[in-house]
Structure formats: C-alpha cells, structure tokens
Design a protein. Structure first.
Length: 101
C-alpha cells in the first residue's frame, strides 16, 4: 500500500475556497482504481492547516492519481491559495494489509 500524507497551509481568506476545491478532488479521487482512502482533515485549532491522507494499492496507482484531470485541476486551482508550499510525505502502508484480487 502506498500512502502519502500531504500537509497544506492555506491563506486565511481562501479556506472556504480550498475546502470546496478539495471536496471536488476528493469525490473524484475515491472513484479511482486502486484508491483505498482519500481523507481530508482540518486542524482544530488552526483552520488554515489541512492534511490529506491518500492511500493507494500500489506505487503505480498512486502515480496514476497525479495524471488525472481532477488532480491537475485541483493542483492548479489551489496553488495561489497556499501560504507555503504543500509537503507530501510518502509512507509504505503496512497495516491493515491490502489484499489484491
């Protein structure tokens, strides 16, 4: 399982815009082949900070996500709203074990 945890810091005047753009990206991402999870989290004590938890069945399906139209639209739309560059931290997902048919 390929997991990426993406840390995002948004300018205060674009929080609602970011949430809407990310909602659209989330809705399409969870429909992708190989997607196991695509969670969007907002820090309780700082609403300008978000974490995206993305889990895919493989490195290949995670890479395919970055080739989708919805991801590219999201990336380009939110770029100017970021207070600092987003940081994606890759992980190898160990548990739960993913069974591929």
């Amino acid at each position: 399982m390929k997991v990426t945890i993406v840390h995002v810091h948004i300018k205060p005047d674009h929080v609602d815009d970011f949430i809407e753009a990310t909602r659209l990206n989330h809705q399409a991402s969870v429909q992708e082949p190989g997607n196991l999870r695509f969670d969007v989290l907002q820090l309780e004590d700082d609403p300008t900070r978000f974490v995206l938890y993305e889990a895919y069945t493989s490195v290949e399906t995670a890479a395919a996500h970055k080739q989708t139209q919805h991801y590219n639209t999201w990336r380009d739309t939110v770029a100017e709203w970021m207070a600092s560059p987003r940081q994606g931290v890759p992980y190898h997902g160990m548990l739960p074990e993913t069974v591929l048919d």
